[in-house]
Ligand binder design. Structure first.
Ligand code: SF4
Length: 298
């Protein structure tokens, strides 16, 4: 059952992280307006199953008044609210307390700060730490999202032979598929027969961007809420009939690629690497389902 909506408040971000699924960055402009947020929150209410609404991006604090008003709307509608930020705004704990008091007063159940090598370009940068410390002082439930760069280790395979595996927690879609896969061990495309990370059949959470796209996975859209309201999209969603999802369910990324006769290279790091690579080639053929184009760096 669908219980979570993640609002991609903006695709604009202070950083251009190599592992970003959505190719966010300073040059991205698309951002919700207050009016659009109001419509979306009403549509989420009409779904009747959602418990939690997250605000993320991009970097949602770049549009702080919009973020505050969005959290206010969501709380007034009776949902739990969460926020994901990179903490760029926390120039000191004292300053961060001022940013966060209004958020504490509205009440959020999860305040997650991305803090890892990808986000911290300067290793002496303590802004994420200041943001976390201020949140903790205010009693806001706080978490850290830490993704390590890909690393290669060896594990004993069933036959007793060591097999290189990629660790670190990066999923190879979006910018990560283009920037972080070089030099990593690969598997044969024929082995990539499932989607291991998303429940495409019956998703528990969906992301919605300001263009109106409802993401089943980043850049893989169920439909557009500005064309058909979210409750209609969700109720009429038939995974098997979705032109991309149906193939992924029946045979994984390899079926998506072979069914469309796509050229494939020697190997792929994992399912997401092939899935993203295939989907990017298919954007011109399925623009309403493979959207927004920014999710493919276009
Ligand atoms: S296999 Fe494709 S749909 Fe599944 S999580 Fe990876 S990129 Fe997303």
């Amino acid at each position: 059952m669908l219980t979570g909506i993640h609002i991609l408040l903006t695709l604009k971000c202070t950083n251009e992280c190599d592992h970003c699924f959505l190719h966010c960055g300073p040059s991205r402009e698309v951002t919700f307006t207050l009016g659009q947020l109001r419509i979306l929150v009403r549509q989420i209410e009409q779904l009747g199953t959602v418990k939690t609404v997250y605000f993320e991006g991009g970097e949602p604090f770049l549009f702080y008044p919009l973020l505050l008003e969005g959290v206010r709307m969501v709380r007034a509608a009776g949902f739990d609210a969460g926020i994901v930020t990179n903490g760029y705004w926390a120039t000191s704990v004292e300053d961060a307390l001022h940013w966060l008091r209004p958020i504490r007063d509205l009440g959020v159940v999860d305040f997650s700060v991305s803090d890892d090598e990808f986000h911290r370009l300067d290793k002496n940068d303590r802004k994420a730490e200041f943001a976390r410390e201020a949140a903790q002082q205010l009693g806001i439930p706080t978490a850290t999202i830490c993704i390590e760069p890909p690393n290669v280790s060896s594990r004993a395979a069933e036959g007793g032979r060591g097999k290189p595996v990629v660790g670190g927690g990066v999923l190879f879609k979006g910018r990560a598929a283009e920037k972080l896969t070089v030099g990593l061990p690969v598997c044969r495309a024929e082995e990539l027969t499932t989607c291991p990370h998303e429940d495409l059949l019956s998703p528990e959470r969906l992301h919605v961007d300001a263009y109106g796209n409802v993401h089943l996975c980043q850049g893989l859209s169920m439909g557009n809420i500005w064309e058909k309201p979210l409750p209609d999209l969700v109720r009429r969603y038939d995974a098997q009939k979705h032109p991309i999802v149906g193939l992924l369910l029946r045979g994984g990324p390899i079926l998506l690629a072979t069914e469309h006769g796509l050229a494939m290279s020697g190997g792929y790091v994992d399912e997401c690497h092939l899935c993203y690579t295939a989907r990017k080639q298919l954007v011109p053929s399925f623009p309403q389902y493979l959207a927004p184009k920014e999710a493919y760096g276009l």
